[in-house]
Design a binder for this molecule. Sequence first.
Ligand SMILES: NC(=O)c1ccc[n+]([C@@H]2O[C@H](COP(=O)([O-])OP(=O)(O)OC[C@H]3O[C@@H](n4cnc5c(N)ncnc54)[C@H](OP(=O)(O)O)[C@@H]3O)[C@@H](O)[C@H]2O)c1
Length: 228
Amino acid sequence: MTCLRVKEEFESQITPRHVNGGCPYDVSKEKGVEKRGRVPKCSKKKIFFHDQENTYEIVEIKPHINNAGIALFHLLHEATAEDMMEMYKTNAIGPMLVTKAFFPLLKKAAQESPNEVKSCSRAAVINISSGAGSIERIPLEFSVQPLFEYRCSKAALNMLTRCQAEAYKTDGIIAVAVAPGWVQTDMGGPKAHLKLHESVGGMMNMFDTLTEKHNGVFLNWRGQTLPW
Ligand SMILES: NC(=O)c1ccc[n+]([C@@H]2O[C@H](COP(=O)([O-])OP(=O)(O)OC[C@H]3O[C@@H](n4cnc5c(N)ncnc54)[C@H](OP(=O)(O)O)[C@@H]3O)[C@@H](O)[C@H]2O)c1
């Protein structure tokens, strides 16, 4: 689901600060114009992104949500290095690059509201992960759906989250990994357990409860802690 679709469907239920538009950049590329545009560029304290026609300046971001992701449904013996690389690039390297680009704005947001208890009103990095990235749960789940390239990339995203949590905590920014559940999107398919509004609505409510004590945790869409 794109941020724009979420924005359209949830405009009445969430405040605009939750959704920073669907910036059309390719999260897996640091440089170069792709069909979606470019990863945002940082120039001192200003951040821009470009599409084919316009340049936009991004002036505020809190929280920052890394949502873009891809999945492959291969078996282990079908795996290729290229597929694995693509998965890591989009699901783990992309969130690292995009968060890096937005870091100055997150830091500024944290400095401007030092006494704000709710982290999403101050500054937070939310990495949309997956229960499939849980190493602890794998014996229960692998036989149902191997999804191993996806699992590896989301486990890498989870580790990135823990690293971001440590790296950014002195700047007053928290980082959390969130599993949205099995959702009826292009990726989840029509048989998924959750409708889009259930998962996104649940996550939005949960984001509002995040405080410093959640730094570096792995949560599901209801706000319950998941095993790494
Ligand atoms: N649906 C589920 O059941 C489920 C379960 C667990 C976790 N998740 C996670 O939830 C997140 C959203 O997934 P979804 O279900 O909404 O999947 P989706 O319907 O397939 O949407 C994926 C979104 O990611 C964007 N995207 C993919 N590669 C990109 C790239 N290189 N650069 C920029 N954008 C890119 C797509 O943009 P385009 O449309 O332009 O390609 C699309 O908007 C993902 O991180 C996914 O792993 C989903």
